[in-house]
Design a protein around this ligand. Sequence first.
Ligand code: AHR
Length: 327
Amino acid sequence: MRKVAFIFFIFVATFLLASCNSGQSSGIANEDGERLIRVGFSQADFTESDWRIANTESMRQALSRENGFDLIIVDAQNDPNKQLADVANMIEQGVDYIVIATVQEIGWEGVLQQARDAGIPVILVDRVAAVNDDLFVTWVGANFREEGETAVRWLQGFRGYDVRAVHLQGIMGSTAQIGRTGAFEDAAAENGWTIHASMTANWDTIQAKQVMENWLTRFPDINVVYAENDNMADGAIQAIEAAGLTAGGYDGITIISFDANRRYLQLALDTGKINFNVECNPLHGLRVAEIILALERGESVPRINYVDGEAFDWRYLTQEIIDARTY
Ligand code: AHR
């Protein structure tokens, strides 16, 4: 009898081990024994900006075990090659879904074909991938070109044709940089604005300050900074003030920014140092969770899911507006 029991135990153990290792990710369960949906999230970079930190936290909160998910988040550290390897590893692990905020739009064909061949749906967030539509299920994010057009429309109204600008760009090749840059460059061409210089500061405050310090010595007539995110606007403001000049307000160098993080809206309200800030809502987590649950139910989902955003002119900001902000 004992021998039969032993053989049965070996059979059951082998079966369970096989089902866990057969790439079937359904082996993960919560405390109630309910199957968790395994999601691999490849984030461009954990610490790149205030925006990115809020975006990661939003995904972590929405794709929680309590909500029925087993979330694996991997930091690509803004290294496109690492990100491709990270996603390939998620495919190897046999996750149920892959979510990606791409560092760069290019280079995704091979890995996303692997995901498709493995039957793993891919959801893009924030940034896009330059691939055929059949290689990802849907995309959630902001319309970056429209954000830029909102900014340049405001600048036209505030400064007319008198724009002598410098341009702090995000990481080159990222979807946000492409959209915001395109809108600014097109508006400059249409309005005869001067763009003394454009350069990436990789979304980073310190790099932006260093670039701006150099520009201030070379271009004494700068009257506009077009910074593609708050953290770089912050660096530019620091450099402007270190040079004994004024940032923002009616009489200083006009500062245009993107993201509208709460602390930078507060800066604008308290000091006027950021004249106009275009929101880029980072809170994608709930939308992604809804999409995955819809897919689990066999429902179709829209291919494009824009997140709404506002824009803030420092003259009309109130503490009430800022206190109501969620990030
Ligand atoms: O893709 C969105 C951009 O990436 C944000 O504007 C920037 O702050 C983030 O790092």
